[in-house]
Design a protein around this ligand. Structure first.
Ligand code: GLV
Ligand code: GLV
Length: 324
């Protein structure tokens, strides 16, 4: 009897191939591009040994109870792990795999694209061009702010923050500053970034880029206090998790021009309802959580999650295990 695996979504082919060609597990899958309904998930996990999930599935006590004692490994096709109840997983001795590293470049690239789209007002400008707002060339029209000589603030300096900084350097930025739960001296040295308190990060940054993990410590840390200290020409970018930001406070800061603009790849909830006030603001660019969305990266994430799952089932070391 082969161990049973449940996959909660249609996934990139490279991931499915790894599992199928291993011949070492029996696979059942929610074969759709849309998330598995919660009731279906709770039914399907019963008796499984391995769960292959995405960031859209909350893996909590109820899911673990529904799965039962066979469940040995949970493998998420994501670098984020805020959808997993880590304490419950740890208490049950369940191994957890995730997909860092393989998406670093894609996320960094998208972050740069979103930053430039926001700071140079690309979406607004395209709309104007299409909709008759382009009367003539105007010296004072559609002006944003440039990267050259600017101070870049990074909130959460990890692999992705480092990759973002490396890509921004050629734009001749003046300096990098960062804040994190603890100083990250080794990474900081590589990009010559100076550790500053959160308040200072808010005060000095021309571009403030959020790329930290969502944890109890980072939940809602981008709030009124932070936005009120930022420069009025500052651009705020978030490609981590929506819940790091207090969205009402961000809305207030944008609507009242406390800060110049925001670019968000992540929101609360996802999807953000189309009638949400943030969508009405010209100085807010909102993307539908696509930072890792390149064909190569999604295939690499799917394959890595599959290798994590297989290793976990065999009781071997996972290529990327999340230490609980
Ligand atoms: C994407 O947000 C991920 O966590 O992989
Ligand atoms: C812009 O197109 C310029 O010629 O300055």
């Amino acid at each position: 009897n082969l161990p049973k695996v449940y996959i909660t979504r249609r996934i990139p082919l490279d991931g499915l191939k790894v599992l199928q060609q291993s011949g070492s597990c029996e696979i059942e899958q929610w074969d759709s591009d849309d998330p598995v309904p919660r009731s279906e998930l709770l039914k399907k996990v019963s008796g499984i040994h391995g769960l292959y999930c995405l960031l859209t599935e909350k893996i909590d006590k109820d899911v673990l109870n529904a799965a039962g004692p066979n469940l040995k490994v949970v493998s998420t096709m994501s670098v984020g792990y805020d959808h997993l109840s880590l304490e419950d997983l740890k208490n049950r001795g369940i191994k957890v795999g995730f997909t860092p590293d393989v998406l670093t470049e894609a996320v960094a690239e998208l972050t740069i694209a979103l930053l430039l789209a926001t700071s140079r007002r690309l979406i607004e400008a395209v709309d104007e061009a299409k909709n008759g707002g382009w009367g003539t060339w105007k010296p004072l029209w559609m002006c944003g702010s440039g990267l050259r000589g600017s101070t870049i603030g990074i909130l959460g300096l990890g692999r992705i923050g480092e990759a973002i900084a490396g890509r921004l350097k050629p734009f001749e930025v003046e300096k990098f500053i960062y804040n994190d739960i603890t100083p990250r001296e080794e990474l900081a040295a590589k990009i010559s970034a100076e550790f500053v308190p959160l308040e200072e990060l808010a005060r000095q940054s021309d571009f403030l880029i959020v790329c930290c993990a969502l944890t109890p410590e980072t939940q809602g840390i981008c709030n009124k206090q932070l936005f009120s200290k930022m420069k009025s020409n500052a651009v705020f970018i978030n490609t981590s998790r929506g819940a790091v930001v207090n969205q009402e406070d961000l809305y207030y800061a944008l609507a009242n021009h406390q800060i110049a603009a925001a670019g968000l790849d992540v929101t609360v909830p996802e999807p953000l309802p189309t009638n949400h006030p943030l969508f009405k603001l010209k100085n807010c660019v909102i993307l539908p959580h696509i930072a890792s969305a390149t064909v190569e990266t999604r295939n690499a994430m799917a394959a890595l999650a599959a290798h994590n799952l297989l290793a976990g089932l065999k009781g071997e070391a996972m290529p990327k295990e999340l230490k609980l």
